[in-house]
Design a binder for this molecule. Structure first.
Ligand code: SF4
Length: 234
């Protein structure tokens, strides 16, 4: 049941929604956050499309650092779908027990590897529908694989990109899919592929969830966030 509001309580302050960023500023914003990162890289460790797919599947609700620790030994023992199937669910579980949801992830990794062998000759398909039909692979994972492994101009919206899209006015939307659609539509085609990693790095290190560090943000001139923060005083 919904809790009735307390009539004695002061009205809750609403945070003003940012104005949508004008299309003309979107390029400047993306170029600004790309400074110093001309060829952005995923922070997940992988060597090919298969190990990328496995690493991204394992990264749900886990940090890249914890996934990289687990895959360092997992990929040493099972760098291919056939080796992963041979390792089996219990064998995979031994490598990934340190990351969240490891039981389900171990089952998915072996099941999806078996499907790659049965249907795609052990290769990762360059096809969104085929990727999204694999166990444990949703739209976000498919977008990362299509972008990083195949060079497609996709936008995988994680928690950082969803926040930045809304906070800055870059592509406001109520759902990850709405933000994804907005970003794909608004970011110039020549920047779209790399924008995925630039936005993630910007959200991780500058436009942070709890308190964005606007005072050292290279895109401050184009950002529509109204409560910009100032440098902490010593
Ligand atoms: S100015 Fe602040 S809110 Fe805007 S993108 Fe930069 S860090 Fe984020």
């Amino acid at each position: 049941m919904k809790t009735p509001s307390n009539p004695a309580a002061p009205p809750r302050k609403k945070t003003a929604k940012p104005r949508a960023m004008p299309a003309v500023d979107v390029r400047s914003f993306i170029v600004a956050i790309s400074e110093g990162k001309p060829e952005p890289r995923s922070e997940l460790a992988f060597t090919d499309a298969y190990t990328l797919l496995i690493a991204v599947t394992l990264s749900a609700q886990a940090t890249d650092i914890s996934v990289n620790k687990a895959t360092e030994t997992l990929f040493r023992d099972a760098p291919t779908p056939a080796a992963m199937v041979n390792l089996g669910v219990d064998g995979v579980a031994e490598h990934i027990k340190t990351i969240g949801l490891w039981r389900g992830k171990a089952r998915n990794v072996v099941a999806l590897s078996q499907i790659l062998l049965d249907r795609y000759g052990g290769e990762v398909p360059h096809d969104r529908a085929a990727l999204e039909a694999l166990p444990g692979v949703g739209r976000k994972t498919a977008n990362v694989v299509l972008n990083v492994a195949f060079g497609d101009p996709t936008m995988a919206v994680d928690t950082h990109i969803f926040r930045i899209g809304n906070r800055t006015g870059l592509a406001p939307g109520a759902t990850p899919r709405a933000v994804e659609n907005g970003l794909v539509k608004r970011i110039p085609a020549d920047l779209l592929r790399d924008a995925h990693n630039w936005l993630i790095l910007h959200g991780r290190y500058i436009c942070k969830a709890r308190k964005p560090e606007c005072w050292r943000c290279p895109a401050v001139a184009w950002c529509r966030y109204q409560a910009k923060t100032e440098a902490p005083t010593a």
